[in-house]
Ligand binder design. Structure first.
Ligand SMILES: Nc1ncnc2c1ncn2[C@@H]1O[C@H](COP(=O)(O)OP(=O)(O)OP(=O)(O)O)[C@@H](O)[C@H]1O
Ligand SMILES: [Mg+2]
Length: 303
């Protein structure tokens, strides 16, 4: 389609839009608004995802493909289902007894909603970082080593020492590597045995990211990872997210539009009712969205 044709189509669809009294437009969702095409490999593919909590529906027919090694931002007003969507990607909603998930999510083409999926293994591949930093009340070292010890990737616990297969060098390497990747090493290298709760909020959040990286995930889900932090700590997390995308597939929920615009490659906009309204290159979403509702949301007319 030529540029002129495209402008004409947009102008026509603009005419069809009718604004309600609350400023929200009644517009038909169009599947092409969320049919995002990209060059890279698909890492995660979601189709026709519906999620219910009891009889309330939190997500409606969401379909989207997420490219590997990139940052995908999820934005939208409170309650539109962003956290619910994120939790579907590593089956964390399984822990919510009232939640019912229908539809399909594949990782590298393999369905995660099928019998026999090892959830421990799945959550190792798909790590998660939450809004409030939640380090364990243990040393910095133990926070990082916890996952690899649990998964048996390193053995330095008492049993391993008794059996003679403790591997302190391997653990030291892993701790250093994870903290470096999370841009925290310089700040904590001389206090690895101090309690993690003594770190600042921003440092705690980077520790949680390091803890997530230590089990060697492929995908990192982040639910508003910087919303509790000051601007300097936030900018460190943002830089970190961008650098992580060279190796990992990062999916991040944020309420901060500028943040989404700064750090993400593609942006998915969910709106009230749990619908994915539009999904495209971040530049397109912020500069030239197809949906009037998305434009209104982004320019702050409603939320
Ligand atoms: N455990 C739960 N039990 C019942 N309802 C829930 C549960 N978690 C979420 N919901 C409901 O599902 C809908 C989507 O919630 P969700 O937390 O996914 O929204 P969100 O987009 O992450 O919002 P916010 O931006 O405020 O974090 C909301 O109506 C919410 O009340
Ligand atoms: Mg949320």
């Amino acid at each position: 389609m030529s540029d002129i044709d495209m402008k004409q189509t947009r102008a026509e669809s603009n005419e069809q839009r009718t604004t309600t009294t609350v400023g929200e437009t009644e517009e038909e969702l169009q599947s092409e608004w969320s049919a995002y095409e990209f060059d890279g490999q698909t890492k995660i593919s979601v189709s026709d995802l519906d999620v219910y909590y009891g009889s309330d529906q939190a997500l409606r027919g969401v379909s989207m493909d997420i490219p590997e090694k990139s940052v995908t931002a999820l934005i939208g007003p409170s309650g539109c289902g962003k956290s619910t969507f994120l939790r579907c990607l590593n089956r964390m909603n399984d822990r919510v007894s009232s939640a019912r998930v229908e539809g399909s999510v594949t990782l590298d083409g393999e369905e995660i909603y099928q019998d026999g999926v090892n959830l421990v293994e799945l959550r190792k591949r798909v790590g998660m970082v939450f809004q409030a930093p939640n380090p364990f009340p243990k040393s910095i070292r133990d926070n990082i080593a916890y996952g690899p010890r649990k998964h048996g990737d390193i053995d330095t616990g008492l049993l391993a020492r008794l059996l003679g297969d403790a591997n302190p060098e391997e653990e030291e390497d892993l701790i250093q590597r994870s903290l470096r990747q999370a841009a925290l090493w310089e700040e904590v290298s001389d206090r690895l045995d101090d309690n993690a709760l003594g770190l600042s909020g921003g440092q705690q959040q980077r520790l949680c990211i390091a803890r997530c990286l230590a089990v060697d995930p492929e995908i990192i889900l982040m639910d508003e990872p910087a919303s509790a932090l000051d601007p300097i700590a936030t900018s460190k997390i943002e830089d970190l997210i961008e650098s992580l995308a060279q190796e990992y597939t990062v999916v991040v929920v944020t309420h901060n539009m500028q943040q989404a615009a700064r750090i993400s490659d593609q942006t998915a906009v969910f709106l009230t009712g749990g619908e994915l309204v539009e999904y495209d290159d971040t530049d397109t979403i912020f500069e030239d969205p197809n949906s009037q509702r998305v434009e209104d949301y982004i320019t702050g007319k409603f939320g």
